[in-house]
Design a protein around this ligand. Structure first.
Ligand code: ZN
Length: 277
């Protein structure tokens, strides 16, 4: 099942277009998606594709508009840990992106002053309350996966001693997610998805989620040991190697650039950038 936020209403994607969930008798408020998730799954398996209508990518918004918590994980792929000059962590390294940074999958994003960098990441979407989840049950509260960009302004991110990541990663638009909530039963292998990030057509990041140091169940166990997880919470699971600030020479996102973020069966986002006024 692929559920999108289409101009503020929940819709099911079929091969041919989108079906407003009200056709199935559901509440089309995007905040209502998790309370009716299981019923939506049943309906989606039987929906008539002839009821689908075309839609514009530009009408897609963040599929979870108001998560209460956004967790993000640093240094979760070995080559990225190496390029960043760190040892492999023994436990997940967690920071937050504040929810006001969320953006849609095809938005134009304002560039603040400084050095804005890309970080393609798979995002795990929590669909039910979860607290102290054992690792072997770690997929349990995750109902969907989506594509995310942990956009980062490196000057703010790395200014402090020690560095405090969260603000430099929370400018408006710095947390684009989408295009769809893809139910975890949809990918052929939810533990092994291909990640590809392209800047102006050039591949800058390419890896597979099976190479995470701490896979999704471990992250859910680690986070839920401390924070009760709530429906709609997002976990940015870490970025592969190839970010701009670890390149020689360094490279950052500029006005007019196009960033494509693609993950296996989850779909792709496309963002353009302009100077913040
Ligand atoms: Zn990141």
């Amino acid at each position: 099942m692929r559920i999108v936020n289409l101009a503020g209403r929940l819709a099911l994607l079929t091969g041919d277009g989108a079906v407003d969930v009200s056709h199935g008798g559901f509440d089309a408020d995007p905040d209502a998606v998790f309370g009716q998730w299981e019923a939506l799954l049943r309906w989606s398996a039987a929906v008539d594709p002839a009821t689908a209508v075309p839609y514009k990518d530009s009408d897609l918004r963040a599929p979870v508009p108001e998560p209460r918590q956004i967790f993000a994980v640093a240094l979760n792929y070995r080559p990225h840990t190496t390029e960043a000059g760190h040892e492999e962590p023994a436990e997940p390294l967690v920071f937050t992106k504040f929810p006001s940074c969320l953006a849609g999958p095809y938005d134009t994003i304002d560039l603040p002053p400084g050095h804005v960098d890309w970080e393609l990441e798979m995002v795990a979407v929590i669909g039910r309350d979860a607290y102290r989840v054992p690792e072997e049950d770690g997929w349990g509260p995750v109902v969907a996966l989506t594509v995310g960009q942990d956009l980062s302004e490196r000057t703010v991110q790395l200014a402090g001693r020690p560095a405090q990541f969260s603000l430099g990663k929370s400018f408006p638009g710095f947390g684009p997610v989408g295009p769809a909530l893809v139910s975890v039963d949809e990918p052929a292998d939810r533990d092994d998805l291909e990640l590809t990030c392209e800047l102006n057509g050039e591949t800058v990041q390419h890896d597979r989620t099976s190479n995470m140091i701490f896979p999704v169940p471990r992250l859910v166990a680690h986070l839920s040991a401390i924070c009760p997880l709530r429906p709609g919470d997002l976990i940015f699971t870490g970025t592969p190697a190839g970010v701009g600030n670890r390149r020689t020479p360094q490279r950052f996102i500029g006005t007019g650039d196009t960033l494509v973020s693609r993950i296996g069966d989850l779909g792709e986002m496309r963002h353009t950038f302009r100077s913040a006024r």
